[in-house]
Design a protein around this ligand. Structure first.
Ligand code: GSH
Length: 214
């Protein structure tokens, strides 16, 4: 097998690189990470641009094959390293699988005010935040309502077994939980449980260079 390389941002803040990193760890695949310093515009360097085509992280490299877009990478890993030999990253039942994909697509395309006002560096680096704007509060309410419906009562995972949608949803909720914004106990418990997973901890606890705003 060609060695796997995952390109991540230099501050280990990217929720999209996180998602792929968690999949690789959960599947037990050996891989190297390479940091791309977005604050220095390294994503626009010709060598990286040629690999990514989109000039964004994450990029998965396996020999001559390079792939951008975290959800495409997750699907590629799931098909290339499928269960039962490797851990499943998406539920097996079609409706649960569709629900996981719904959550993953939604998290990547909505809730912009939270993503802007509660960027992941705020909790990875404990950088101070302002109170949420009215748009931020509206997005937080939308996230809380949807997550409360997605997560079954009395459970700390979306489905019977872990899926990468759990990690993605926990990362989104952490933008609120990690900044002491009000979040119902059920969602705080969900985040706390997901944050304990070894694959998630490996990302959270990874050494980080001092943060430079950009
Ligand atoms: N939809 C993409 C989003 C990737 C993305 O926005 N990556 C950011 C880091 S979190 C990036 O590389 N930004 C640099 C840029 O756009 O110039 C995915 O899921 O992979």
């Amino acid at each position: 097998m060609d060695p796997i390389v995952l390109y991540v941002d230099g501050f280990w803040n990217s929720p999209y690189a996180f998602s792929v990193f968690v999949c690789l760890k959960e599947k037990g695949l050996p891989f190297e990470t390479r940091e791309v310093n977005l604050h220095e515009k390294a994503q626009k360097a010709p060598e990286f641009q040629a690999k990514s085509l989109t000039a964004r992280v994450p990029v998965l490299e396996q020999g001559a094959f390079r792939l951008s877009e975290s959800s495409a990478i997750v699907e590629y890993l799931e098909e290339t390293f499928p269960p039962p030999r490797y851990a499943a990253m998406l539920p097996a039942a079609p409706r649960d699988r569709a629900r996981a994909r719904q959550i993953m697509a939604w998290i990547r395309s909505d809730l912009m005010p939270i993503r802007e006002e509660r960027s992941t560096h705020t909790f990875f680096y404990k950088n101070p935040v302002q109170p949420l704007s009215p748009a931020g509060r509206a997005a937080a309410e939308k996230l809380i309502a949807a997550a409360s419906a997605f997560i079954p009562d009395g459970r700390t995972s979306l489905f019977d077994a872990f899926s990468v949608a759990d990690a993605d949803l926990a990362m989104m909720l952490m933008r609120l939980v990690g900044n002491d914004d009000p979040v119902p106990a059920k969602l705080r418990d969900f985040v706390a449980a997901q944050w304990q997973r070894p694959s998630v901890r490996a990302w959270v606890d990874h050494e980080r260079a001092p943060y430079v705003p950009y």
